[in-house]
Design a protein around this ligand. Structure first.
Ligand SMILES: C[S@@+](CC[C@H](N)C(=O)[O-])C[C@H]1O[C@@H](n2cnc3c(N)ncnc32)[C@H](O)[C@@H]1O
Length: 227
């Protein structure tokens, strides 16, 4: 049973998740072949990989999105930042949680980030169709620019982005985390651990007041807490 209580939102998300899952085999094949040829680095996606990924949804798995939804409820999260929005599947979970926390008076926000214009347009359409657009501030463009201004303390962050962007993103959002805030980062297990090393250097720097552990979700899911 899902954490979502709105059956129409659940149905909408199920359909988007199915579209995302249908692209997975092609993505695995593409990166597998490039890795076999030895011309792939997770330290920076090259132009060809970026072109390939330009229409890929790569939605966060449902179980991880549900976990983030639950964390937002537990934190009473009103200000959420999503690093990597794509077509906005995980954003819908986050916005639903913020809507539940804030109630009919509103006041909460999910700040999303996406630099592919076609993906941002698809995400906006998904937000409008789900009736959640008012809760989402989608910042279109490179997050290194669009996240320069973040107003107010941040309660929750979902980091679901190419690994090379994790460090610049945490540098921009980290100073805005309120005590007790949580950052969840996807795929921090063995495969991408090395590519995440600059992110971990920030997280493990005592000056930044963070604690972290890797949860045993598929591929590893980082749970970072601001103390
Ligand atoms: C893994 S996907 C996000 C999936 C999304 N969270 C979901 O569950 O539907 C990561 C997204 O980050 C975007 N992205 C990559 N680098 C970016 C950057 N520098 N600024 C903004 N968006 C970026 C990619 O275009 C991609 O759509």
């Amino acid at each position: 049973m899902s954490v979502l209580t709105d059956p129409s939102l659940q149905a909408r998300i199920d359909a988007l998740q199915a579209r995302s899952a249908a692209q997975e085999a092609e993505t695995v094949r593409y990166f597998g072949e490039r890795a076999k040829r030895g011309d792939l680095s997770w330290d920076a996606l090259d132009a060809a990989a970026n072109r390939f990924m330009a229409d890929k949804m790569v939605a966060l798995e449902p179980i991880k999105s549900e976990f983030c939804h639950m964390l937002c409820l537990a934190l009473r999260a009103r200000r959420v930042v999503e690093i990597g929005t794509s077509f906005g599947v995980s954003t819908l979970y986050l916005a639903d949680a913020v809507r539940q926390v804030c109630g009919p008076d509103g006041g909460g926000v999910v700040i999303g980030t996406e630099y592919e214009p076609a993906k941002a347009a698809a995400a906006r359409a998904n937000f409008a169709a789900a009736g959640l657009a008012d809760l989402i501030d989608l910042r279109e463009g490179d997050l290194r620019e669009t996240l320069r201004a973040i107003e107010g303390p941040v309660d929750f962050v979902l980091m679901d982005i190419w690994t090379e962007m994790a460090r610049p993103a945490i540098e921009l959002v980290g100073p805005h985390l309120r005590p007790g805030a949580v950052v969840v980062a996807d795929n921090t297990g063995d495969v991408f651990r090395h590519a995440y090393r600059h992110f971990f250097a920030y997280v493990n720097d005592p000056a930044n007041g963070l604690r972290t552990m890797t949860l045993p979700f598929s591929g590893g899911l980082e749970l970072v807490v601001k103390v």
